[in-house]
Design a protein around this ligand. Structure first.
Ligand code: DQQ
Length: 657
């Protein structure tokens, strides 16, 4: 049984008592059914909808001007902001007419209004080279690891429905992180301690090659406990069978920690004397998000260390904490246990209240069990995010195969559950990203798609030194633009920037009106997943501002306001600041995969993932544009666009073994 005695109680937590686990008892496993789907289907039937101004919607979203690449239309915006009237919606044709539909419960959007989705649209929206299961719901990536030539990905999965529930560990393997083979489930909720879900966990590979998997079990009573599992047969490269330790749970919530606030153990790292392992687990005390640390020798009994690794008031529950070293000097990563002089430590928390993954760089003092951020103002939960779009519950692992740290993240849907049930699947995993320290800025990490994704590149087209005058937009000749890898470099007219005394002063992607809002030095960038008339499309762009001090500050944004004709799906503008250093061009890379666009600015300093639901660009109608919607500066763009093949994602061919 777990040893929860701490060396000293956590100061914050002294008053409360400990949770007492249920004594071991025979599990009564009741197969979980699709408990929520009936209710959700009913809610759709009761949606009353009206056909209001489809035509108006089109008219209001037409760009005012579409000039050639040297366009001189300086006054008009190339993008017309969507007026509230343009958000009026057509009626649902409804399930009775065999047409799927979506409703997104966004603020200000009428829940009873739905778009007449067609099956063609919905099936086109499924991605072609991102990992997703064949059917049903998926959320967090779990326990990624490399073993005997195979990358293993486990994931939170509902075998019965396309909404969250019945959480089981799905399992898939790959030789290259791109093409995947589905395997049988690794773990199902079949014991009292994980009856309500085999929740998120992490793998640790011990020096002798053993694999330890720690995960959160949600007990029959809804208490979060930590559990141990290990492969039945280490010599099996596929790691098909997993054994849950008979003494589970190995940890229960300690005094002062809520029974529902104790989850997602990390990969273990070694203590300074290298004879004990440490893990950290996310939690909260009142509204302070915290990460607590345990020590163990055998992963069966644990000791809670004094204090907390770190905590940030006001950030609420920390889920899926990740903690790892990052080398300031070498591109290739050290493994999770390294702690030497040229190392910083990244602490990441998935901040539940904001559904966003925040990280910070800092210094780890293993003797005091403390991590301190380099910059208090950029602390976890209030500073930098891995991704400013749809990206959550991420997890890294050290790839001992190629000596690099790789990041996985869950891209969730931004429509609603009823729709997910109808289309039969929900969520995608991001393209895995390598993480390195940004030596140039010294204050952030760089994320970049693993090089293996480049094997999917096929035909390439290049556009060199395209001149974009203020207010111009240039269509690029790329056919079937729904699976692309785009790399674009932008030069802006330096004299014009210098002569500009002041441009905007403050800017914020989410609240400044998207690509339709024109300033002197922005926006400029690309529009992807656009139809020919630009009535639908997603601009990915830079927006520079210049304050009285003369400093130029750049923002990187993704404008989803016109990403879909469906008014009720999530249509927002994402983004944040991005450092553009002296001598650097503005650079972006976008991986376009039907309904996902993962965009990386300045080599991965700022990243935005868009989860969008185009309606007009399906089946070959998708186009790419360059644009410059700034009023006071010329922009020169050079772009390379590769078509991307589909990844091969299928069941493991056991019959051919
Ligand atoms: N998802 C898991 C939890 C985790 C949450 C449950 C984050 O373990 O905290 O599916 O998305």
């Amino acid at each position: 049984m777990a040893n929860n005695s701490s060396r000293a109680p956590l100061r914050d937590l002294e008053r409360a008592t400990s949770y007492t686990p249920i004594p071991d008892q025979p599990p009564t496993f009741i197969p979980a059914g699709n408990r929520r789907s009936k209710k959700l289907f009913a809610s759709i039937f009761f949606s009353s909808v009206f056909f209001i101004s489809l035509i108006l919607l089109f008219i209001n979203q037409q760009p005012e001007s579409q000039t050639n690449v040297n366009g001189s239309n300086q006054e008009k915006s190339t993008f017309t902001p969507i007026s509230p009237a343009a958000r009026s919606t057509p009626p649902s044709r409804g399930v009775s007419q065999a047409v799927s539909e979506k409703t997104f419960r966004a603020i200000g959007v009428d829940e009873n209004v739905s778009y007449p989705w067609t099956n063609a649209m919905l099936s086109w929206q499924r991605t072609a080279y991102h990992f997703q299961p064949e059917h049903n719901w998926m959320n967090d990536p779990n326990g990624p690891l490399f073993h005997k030539g195979w990358y293993h990905l486990f994931y939170q999965y509902n075998p019965y429905s396309a909404v969250w529930g019945n959480i089981t560990w799905g399992h898939a393997v790959s030789k290259d992180l791109i093409h995947w083979l589905y395997l049988p489930f690794a773990m199902v909720p079949d014991h009292w301690y994980d009856f309500n879900g085999v929740w998120t966990g992490s793998a640790t590979i011990l020096p002798d090659g053993q694999i330890v998997m720690l995960y959160t079990g949600n007990t029959v009573d809804g208490v979060q406990v930590q559990c141990l599992a290990y492969p039945a047969n280490l010599s099996d490269p596929l790691l098909l069978d997993w054994i849950k330790y008979p003494g589970n749970p190995v940890l229960v919530p300690p005094p002062g920690i809520g029974v529902e606030d104790f989850r997602d153990p990390t990969t273990a790292w070694l203590s300074p004397d290298r004879d004990r392992w440490r893990i950290t687990i996310g939690s909260k005390v009142n509204q302070t998000g915290i990460s607590i640390v345990y020590e163990t020798v055998d992963f069966k009994s644990y000791e809670l260390l004094d204090g907390v690794l770190h905590g940030v008031p006001g950030t609420g529950m920390w889920e899926c904490v990740d903690f790892y070293p990052i080398s300031m000097t070498e591109a290739n990563w050290r493994d999770t246990s390294v702690n030497i002089r040229d190392i910083k430590h990244v602490l990441k928390a998935s901040v539940k209240d904001l559904t966003s993954d925040y990280y910070a760089l800092g210094t780890y003092n293993p003797f005091e069990n403390k991590w301190t951020p380099d910059d208090q103002e950029l602390d976890v939960g209030i500073g930098l995010r891995y991704d400013y779009g749809k990206y959550y519950a991420s997890k890294t692992f050290f790839d001992q195969n190629k000596k690099r740290r790789i990041l996985w993240g869950w891209i969730k849907e931004t429509d609603n559950e009823a729709d997910d049930i109808m289309k039969g699947w929900a969520s995608v995993q991001s393209i895995p990203r390598t993480i390195v320290f940004d030596k140039k800025t010294g204050s952030n990490i760089l994320q970049w798609p693993v090089t293996e994704v480049e094997d999917l590149r096929s035909e390439v087209v290049e556009f060199n030194s395209v001149k974009l005058g203020p207010g111009s937009i240039a269509p690029l000749e790329v056919d079937t633009a729904s699976q692309l890898d785009i790399v674009a470099l932008f030069d802006i007219d330096k004299d014009a920037v210098e002569e500009t005394v002041e441009a905007d002063v403050v800017y914020n992607c989410p609240t400044n009106g998207g690509a339709a809002n024109r300033g002197k030095l922005g926006p400029f960038g690309i529009v992807v997943l656009a139809d020919e008339t630009l009535s639908e499309g997603t601009p990915i762009y830079f927006y520079a501002i210049k304050g009285a001090s003369g400093e130029v500050e750049t923002h990187f944004c993704a404008d989803e306001l016109r990403s879909s004709k469906a008014p009720e799906v999530d249509r927002v503008v994402y983004g944040s600041k991005v450092p553009v250093l002296n001598g650097e061009k503005y650079s972006l890379r976008s991986l376009v995969d039907h309904s996902i666009v993962e965009s990386f600015a300045q080599g991965g300093r700022t990243v935005i993932t868009s989860r969008i639901y185009p309606t007009k660009v399906i089946n070959g109608a998708s186009r790419v544009f360059l644009f410059n919607n700034a009023t006071g500066v010329n922009v020169t763009a050079s772009v390379k666009i590769w078509k991307m093949d589909s990844a091969n994602i299928r069941h493991f061919p056991f019959d051919r073994l």
